[in-house]
Unconditional design. Structure first.
Length: 404
């Protein structure tokens, strides 16, 4: 990996010798990541000025304001996440380089053209996929098979929506139906997703690409009454275990556990998460806003972070960056670094039947009893489901707070 990074750096920035410094030019750009099967994963971004860009996915706008330059190259650090773009600025203002995630040893070719079109449409849409879709990914794989619910809205050729799974959602997807070919994509700095499918009658058959490291098939059928299993019934405390507990360090090295005085006689929400996880980011933003709008000394939130950063120092750096960027004022403890494997994570919390999802939130009442475990998080891209979650969350936490 070090050799690859050195090659990237030579290609992107050190080939430019002593040329004058170039900067991003204002305008709208179509960015392309090259994924498996030589497919193009496109996304759109606006350059506001040389220090700020907006990444656009359907109704989502992601402000990126950590941009640096070296000679004729630019380094675009995506917010919160460790992934960044390193690219050479060409004479016409377009970019050519790589999207890099160092801790995962992933490098994806990246380039831009000046355009407002995410996907090119050749033919009028032959199908309309507005509605709910009963979906199965990797249907023929015993280990990788999982279910999902597609939620889409189509106007003309344009399609927006997402896939909800039992562990979260696949972000704000945007794309088109070109004839009977569905194309959807999103990029948020952590995940780069592309979905392609052939749509016939009320069925879809296609593939899901994640970066240039993952590809899997999926099938779907239109079913407007389809619902996923309840998020509150997937994870539970195993028989024979007493109360939930942990002991992990914060960024100062201080060990924090549920036995600490700050948590006694209070409602405690334990958030299992990671700084690399977009669904966790959505959930963390919600918790930050909730605490601001509902100041109450009888409720505490504490996060247990599972990081793929290769060293403890880098893991804590990511945690501190997350806390600063979105204003987290509750403890975020480092439970694990070097891997986010859910089986390994479950060994750290053996009282749980499994860790199925990042994030997962454990609701503990004032007596220290686990009252509910919520697997995953339905973010803003899920629309109505997100609103339902917020309503249910406030009703349940208020109920716990009122109890003696």
């Amino acid at each position: 990996m070090n050799k690859i990074l050195i090659a990237v750096l030579i290609t992107v920035c050190f080939s430019c010798n002593n040329k004058s410094i170039k900067a991003l030019q204002k305008g709208t750009y179509r960015a392309v990541l090259e994924v498996k099967d030589h497919k193009e994963l496109p996304f759109i971004f606006d350059v506001i000025n040389k220090s700020k860009i907006n990444i656009l996915n359907a109704d989502e706008t992601i402000l990126v304001d950590e941009i640096t330059y070296k000679n004729d190259s630019v380094f675009i650090q995506t917010p919160v996440y460790e992934g960044y773009i390193a690219a050479k600025i060409k004479d016409d203002g377009n970019l050519e380089g790589f999207f890099i995630k160092p801790s995962l040893d992933r490098i994806v070719p990246f380039s831009t053209t000046k355009s407002t079109e995410r996907f090119t449409v050749i033919s009028k849409s032959k199908e309309n996929i507005t509605g709910k879709w009963e979906t199965v990914f990797s249907a023929n794989s015993k280990n990788d098979r999982y279910i999902a619910k597609g939620i889409f809205n189509q106007q003309g050729n344009k399609v927006t929506g997402t896939f909800r799974t039992t562990t979260g959602d696949y972000r704000y997807l945007e794309g088109v139906i070109d004839g009977n070919q569905l194309k959807l994509s999103t990029f948020d700095g952590a995940h780069a997703f592309l979905f392609t499918a052939k749509v016939t009658d009320s069925t879809m058959n296609g593939f899901f690409y994640s970066g240039n490291h993952w590809k899997e098939p999926f099938t779907a059928k239109l079913n407007n009454s389809y619902e996923l299993p309840s998020e509150s019934e997937l994870t539970y405390i195993k028989e024979g275990y007493g109360k939930f507990n942990f002991s992990y360090p914060d960024e100062t090295g201080k060990l924090i556990s549920l036995d600490d005085n700050r948590f006694k006689n209070k409602v405690v929400l334990v958030q299992i998460m990671g700084t690399w996880c977009p669904n966790c980011l959505d959930e963390s933003k919600y918790y930050v806003n909730y605490l601001k709008e509902n100041p109450n000394k009888e409720i505490e939130i504490v996060a247990l972070s599972f990081e793929y950063a290769k060293t403890q120092e880098k893991a804590f750096k990511s945690i501190q960056r997350l806390k600063k960027r979105i204003g987290i004022n509750y403890p975020v403890l480092l439970a694990q670094f070097g891997s986010v494997d859910k089986k390994v994570a479950q060994e750290k919390l053996p009282m749980l039947n499994h860790i199925l999802s990042y994030p997962t939130t454990i609701y503990i009442d004032k007596k220290g009893e686990v009252r509910k475990i919520h697997t995953g998080f339905n973010g803003p891209a899920t629309g109505k489901k997100h609103l339902e979650f917020k309503e249910e969350f406030e009703i349940f936490t208020n109920q716990l707070i009122k109890e003696n």
